[in-house]
Design a protein. Sequence first.
Length: 390
Amino acid sequence: MLAEIKDIAEKLAPRLIEIRRHLHAHPELSGEEYQTAAYVAGVLSSCGLHVTESVGKTGVIGELSGDNTDNRTLAIRTDMDALPIQERTNLEFASRNPGIMHACGHDVHSTLGLGTAMVLSQLPEALPGNMRFIFQPAEEIAQGARWMVDDGVMSGVDAIFGVHVFPSIPVKTVGIRYGALTAAADDLEIIIQGESGHGARPHQAIDAIWIASQIITTLQQAISRTQNSLHPVVLTIGEIEGGRAPNVIADHVKMLGTVRSLHPDSHACLPNWIENIVTSICDTYGAKCQVHYSRAVPSVQNDPQLTQLLESACREAWGNERVQIINEPSLGAEDFSVYLEQVPGCMFRLGVGIPEQKNHPLHHPQFEIDEAAIVTGVVALAYTAYQYYQ
């Protein structure tokens, strides 16, 4: 079966590259993936899959039925949205939509999902159970997975796999991570209310900007002294708004930030920990405060058995030299974790680094991939799906 899967994937390679380039040239922002969804639905329908559109707003589902000797359903999730970035790659198939670019590889992800569906649709005898291909919108704003789950996309699903390209991994290499792959990412808003006054007489006012600076400094210092150093926490204040004139002491400051963590214990305690620090500082200097802590997406925690299945399938398909064990998690976020609240699953990294060339990171306007990785990813997903039912 492995030989058949690889043979079909290799024959499909020109078509898969064509699909990827079409998607790359026509990127759409989160929640606006209308043309992308229609294109994906058309490809799935041409392969004989049962297609449902407008799931989770602009998402698409493709269903491939097995021979019903196994009543389980395995899902493969790929995302479709692009970023608000002006592309600077000079590719012939560069974005035709000004200010929008597939700078995170979601065009490749969608191609991998379609390619896997195309391969498995030609091998009906390989699947005793069912396949559900989930094409998700709005991953970049960490909303799409919730939309899909709320629309019932995980109903009847028993396990799920996902993939993300990675430019720092050599092309055609599969990166496997056991346990935590990405961090939990939460949103933070802090509002400080002081009292306005003349810039020459700060003692007659309550300086919200100065207090905000104390809060930022204390939070950063306190992480190293009050949080377990073996459980990483990264807190970033990325936006500050306050003040109206250079000689007027600001009475109001709003700060927005993100909080990343890997360990469940740290994740659980962070809201109260932050609020206590902010409240204490504001009380000391006579200000009032509001702290709004919002859970965004949890950590991707790869299931050990499914990760082992994926690793074994990839080693058999591509050899040990093309399988890389990832020793450290990322503090980036990925809403694939929302599906893992429903069923066990695993996400892997697909190496797309171009040999002998500077490889720009994800979200860079010059981000490019080596398209030779597409067949590698399709075979990895298709053969893992086959092995899941053995």
